[in-house]
Design a protein around this ligand. Structure first.
Ligand code: MF3
Ligand code: CO
Length: 292
């Protein structure tokens, strides 16, 4: 924890090998100096070392390349099992491991969520992409023990103006959220920016499923909500890495989980849902997108 006493001449908690007093002492003092009602201080575990950040960047190179490969191949008439194969093969060829495979029993290498599927869709041969579908392909990668995670939406064939708008607005939600990512500001600033833009467009944001810290493990603290208010939640500090991945519904925010596979999440009202996911590093003067 941040407030644990470290001797000033002890090695810094960040792993730099430098003495604490020459490294993160001022950082910790600054962090401790804030009064934070309805707010939380990040723990040291949430703050990545330069070595970890370098490892996560390498993992993200594969993560991005895999989604680029999917983007170049996805088409009407393809089934989602074929997307799974592209993800598995591209990832492993580059020396990575698809993080979803066998994760808490997940049977495939990627999540493919079509139309009213909100997230955690399981690729299957019987599931064929049809003209007018919108699909989220959520790709997570392990490389050399480091995790990266991002997802994109794809428009299949001729998509209605209405559904194109949903996909576009959710991307804007992520971009507006990203603008709020700066050190010594709050995760709730990001959450509110996402939520405001979704609401202003007549959409709703899923409450039960959020983003997460990501890098040394697949899902780390903090839990990242998009229904939070400005000025609340965790303080963002340099070295934190988390995902911005709002699920936005064209109708109401209510969702349910498929009883048969215990994974796939659907909108309660059957209306469409879209999601984009980026992985973001908080830097000294703002942010850097690690994966997208
Ligand atoms: N990729 C998802 C996320 O963004 C997690 C999927 S878990 C899985 O957090 F097991 F379904 F892959
Ligand atoms: Co994620």
């Amino acid at each position: 924890m941040l407030l644990k006493k470290i001797g000033r001449n002890d090695p810094c908690w960040c792993g730099s090998g430098k003495k604490y007093k020459f490294c993160h002492e001022a950082f910790d003092e600054k962090l401790a100096s804030y009064n934070l009602p309805r707010r939380q201080r990040p723990t040291h575990k949430m703050i990545k070392t330069p070595e970890q950040i370098a490892g996560i960047r390498e993992s993200a190179k594969i993560n991005i390349a895999v989604l680029d490969e999917v983007a170049s191949k996805i088409h009407v008439g393809m089934n989602t099992e074929e997307i799974d194969r592209i993800v598995y093969e591209t990832t492993t060829k580059m020396g990575g491991i698809p993080a979803p495979l066998n994760y808490e029993g997940f049977p495939k290498s990627v999540c493919t969520s079509i139309n009213e599927q909100v997230c955690h869709g399981i690729p299957a041969e019987w599931e064929v992409l049809e003209d007018g579908d919108i699909i989220n392909v959520d790709c997570s990668t392990i490389y050399n023990g480091y995790y990266s995670d991002s997802s994109r939406m794809f428009l299949i064939g001729n998509v209605s103006e209405e559904d194109q708008r949903l996909v576009r607005v959710v991307k804007e939600c992520v971009e507006l959220g990203l603008e709020q990512v700066k050190p010594w500001h709050f995760l709730g600033d990001m959450g509110q920016a996402v939520n405001d833009h979704a609401k202003a467009n007549g959409y709703s944001v899923v409450r039960e499923i959020g983003g997460h810290g990501c890098g040394v493990e697949f899902h780390e603290d903090p839990w990242v909500s998009y229904v939070t208010e400005k000025g609340t939640d965790y303080m963002m500090v340099p070295g934190m890495i988390f995902t911005i991945e709002p699920m936005v519904n064209a109708g109401g925010p209510e969702v349910f989980v498929d009883e048969e596979n215990d994974w796939t999440v659907y909108t309660e009202d059957g209306k469409k849902s879209a999601q984009w996911e980026i992985q973001v590093l908080v830097t000294e003067d703002g942010h850097e997108v690690i994966s997208y």
